[in-house]
Design a protein around this ligand. Structure first.
Ligand code: HDE
Length: 700
């Protein structure tokens, strides 16, 4: 499938699309234009308020100053209550082959069609200005501007959710958000109220273990998987339905940060993910994601040990494979963050003919919530007229007026049926593209009850843990220990260990208990029985795609470095698709090369791998420098590939690092080719997991 996706990528890289064209009317370019007020008056003085004499009081009649400051005073709009921190990009989606047998959605039927998309990635807990690399679930929301209307796939980077019923969402969000008395912590779940809630609500156990896994500290937004979470429905032209789960698979593979790295980056570059996405698109390294679907026929709805309507469950790929059906390429950065990323309004209820909802009670609640929230966030019901939210197809109806109305509706009729406007706008029959809900037979007693089929909360949490590699299991243990270590109330810690973790995995529960100084837990009273026992597809180590395309490599150098070698390295790495930056103690020129950044400005946590350039005067200086030694020590500790040529090895020795450790490629001056090859092989594995035990003996 990968080669297939490559062949098709050429068309996808075009930077203009239907959405870009539709935005053109709204783009304001001031080049060559006079500075004017909002009423069009040319401004002669934008430096001084109108005042009574040079030292006199300001005059209220200064309409220019008042207009400017009034507008400024209202520049902020309420941030999203959840998912406030986000970054977004434009792109296109293209289906590989017609999916007409399962859905009549036009954009999934025609492989020649390029559908514009806008994707917003986000964290959940933190406010707009919080750090990108906190431990959190990530939002992955895609707006497809199809020619049959907008379809929003408003998903997350984990395939399950914390709760089963929408009525618990405000409780969950209040518990996870910074605490009421002191608004702490920002951007994290390591606090009492989160753990209090999840310890009392066992249905959260599965998603919480995902949040404690490496999935919650993604390396970048472009290498993060996405999931629609709920079960949706596809409907074909014959009116036949099937169930569908949506997946986004990054073409480059999926990777995570180390926890120590994530915490350091949060301070060194809080915009780390945003910057990476922006820079990759500016460089032309367009992020690509393949769309996958898991299809379940209606007759098989009840064949699983879990309920398809329960959002705390995933369908293991071993039971229903993920069929890759198309690709999305993000190829254009927004023009204006506020106008596009802040004002974009997603809604899981934005669907098009051929797609429909299931009765998942969490999804059903969301269908109400998203319009409601936009009304207060974007100031009224006309948010669909904001340029980024407009469909690329026409939209006419008899809705009128309200705050901030842009459309100047012509004609006499604002009702239907009418004769005064010839009956327009008119309904469209289903056969000609009119939307029709899936005709599902529904019958039931009006009742507030949770289905028995939603009762097993631990089996899939156990399956997830069983599916992890040893390093991933170690990270999960460390994450629970870290987070619960920050919980101040002992009874909350005990409840998580004894009532949640002991039901997932007794060994994990025991180790967390040891870390927290608690007695060994007894076997849980409600342990689940996973089926299958493990799903290898869930381990990130099985999501690595070899190669170093778009990876960042630090070429550690100083004045006196061998410039010819430096150039050779840079070119060779560029030929592999990597992005090599020269990092030095200062920006002083190295021969005729100006370093890209300083060691202090771009520490090792910003890179995927580091190569120490040869040249005795340079490597002597680096070996003497605590910062340079720390740079390589940290890279070693974070299991990154390290290369050192000739005297570059002196820097490793000065840092007391073994030159023969796994993933450390060294050699004499003449061995550049061989050293580079082993370096690239190691960097292509993302991390050198076999070095972990050795790395832990090195200071971080
Ligand atoms: Fe959301 N969610 N959510 N959510 N959600 C919002 O809508 C809500 C849920 C998700 O980049 C809000 O415009 C309820 C699941 C993403 O703009 C709000 C429930 C999933 C985004 C809201 C859920 C999500 C939001 C806040 C339980 C994964 C950011 C601002 C019934 C499948 C979209 C806004 C963006 C945003 C409500 C549960 C994903 C308040 C009531 C499950 C990615 O309407």
């Amino acid at each position: 499938m990968a080669s297939q996706s490559k062949q098709r990528s050429t068309q996808n890289t075009q930077s203009t699309d239907a959405k870009s064209e539709s935005l053109e009317t709204f783009r304001a370019r001031p080049d060559g234009e006079a500075l004017r007020t909002n009423q069009g008056v040319k401004i002669a003085d934008n430096q001084n308020t109108l005042r009574a004499g040079p030292r006199g009081p300001s005059l209220l009649e200064d309409f220019i100053m008042r207009e400017k400051i009034t507008h400024f005073d209202h520049e902020r709009i309420p941030e999203r209550i959840v998912h406030a921190r986000g970054s977004a990009a434009h792109g296109v989606f293209q289906v590989y082959e017609s999916q007409a047998d399962i859905t009549r959605a036009g954009f999934l039927n025609d492989p020649s069609r390029l559908t514009p998309v806008y994707v917003r990635f986000s964290t959940v807990q933190g406010p707009r200005g919080s750090s990108d690399t906190v431990r959190d679930v990530r939002g992955f929301a895609t707006k497809f501007y199809t020619d049959e209307g907008n379809f929003d796939l408003v998903g997350n980077n984990v395939p399950v959710f914390f709760i089963q019923d929408a009525i618990k969402f405000p409780d969950f969000v209040h518990a996870v958000k910074p605490e009421a008395p002191n608004e702490m912590p920002t951007g994290g779940t390591a606090h009492d109220t989160f753990w209090d809630f999840v310890s009392l609500v066992p249905e959260s156990a599965h998603t919480v273990i995902w949040a404690m896994s490496d999935r919650a500290i993604p390396k970048s937004l472009r290498t993060m998987e996405g999931f629609g979470v709920h079960t949706f429905r596809f409907i074909n032209a014959k009116g036949e339905g099937c169930f569908v789960k949506f997946h986004w698979r990054p073409v480059l593979g999926s990777y995570s940060l180390m926890w120590d790295e994530a915490q350091k980056i949060a301070g060194k570059d809080p915009d780390y993910h945003r910057r990476d996405l922006w820079e990759a698109i500016e460089r032309g390294d367009y992020p690509e994601f393949e769309l996958g679907v898991q299809i379940v026929e209606e007759k098989d709805e009840h064949t699983f040990s879990f309920d398809l309507l329960d959002a705390t469950k995933l369908i293991p790929e071993e039971l229903v494979p993920v069929k890759i059906i198309g690709k999305m390429t993000l190829n254009r950065n927004p023009d204006n963050f506020f106008a596009e990323t802040e004002q974009v309004a997603f809604h899981p209820g934005h669907i098009v003919p051929g797609i429909d909802f299931s009765n998942d009670p969490l999804l059903q609640g969301r269908l109400f919530s998203y319009t409601d929230t936009q009304i207060s966030r974007l100031g009224g019901p006309n948010f669909h007229e904001i340029p980024i939210n407009r469909p690329v197809c026409p939209f006419h109806n008899n809705q009128r007026d309200a705050m901030h109305r842009q459309t100047i509706n012509l004609g006499q009729a604002s009702y239907e049926p009418n004769t005064v406007s010839g009956g327009w706008p008119k309904e469209t029959p289903v056969e000609q593209g009119g939307f029709e809900s899936y005709q599902e037979r529904v019958e039931g007693t009006k009742i507030r009850v949770r289905s028995d089929s939603f009762a097993d909360h631990f089996s899939q949490a156990t399956m997830f843990y069983n599916s992890m590699s040893q390093p991933e299991k170690d990270h999960i243990l460390a994450a629970y220990s870290f987070e619960l270590g920050k919980v101040t109330k002992p009874e909350i810690r005990e409840r998580v260990v004894n009532q949640i973790l002991a039901n997932i995995d007794l060994d994990l529960a025991g180790k967390v208990a040891t870390a927290l100084g608690l007695p060994a837990p007894k076997p849980g009273s409600k342990p689940g029985k996973p089926s299958p026992d493990a799903s290898p597809a869930l381990s990130l180590l099985n999501r690595v795609k070899p190669g170093i395309r778009t990876r960042k490599v630090a070429l550690l150098a100083a004045p006196g470095a061998d410039v010819a070698v430096l150039r050779q390295l840079r070119d060779a790495l560029a030929a592999e698709g990597a992005h090599a930056l020269v990092i030095a103690p200062s920006l002083a020129a190295i021969g005729d090369v100006t370093p890209d950044a300083t060691i202090a400005g771009m520490p090792s946590v910003m890179f995927d791998a580091v190569f120490i350039v040869s040249g005795k005067p340079a490597t002597d200086a680096l070996a003497q420098s605590g910062d340079a030694r720390h740079f390589v020590l940290e890279a070693f500790r974070h299991l990154k590939a390290i290369g050192a040529l000739g005297s570059g090895r002196d820097v490793l020795n000065a840092a007391h690092l073994p030159g023969n450790a796994d993933g450390v490629a060294t050699g004499d001056d003449g061995a550049l080719k061989q050293v580079l090859k082993s370096f690239v092989d190691a960097a292509g594995q993302h991390r050198v997991w076999s070095r972990q035990a050795q790395a832990e003996t090195v200071p971080a």
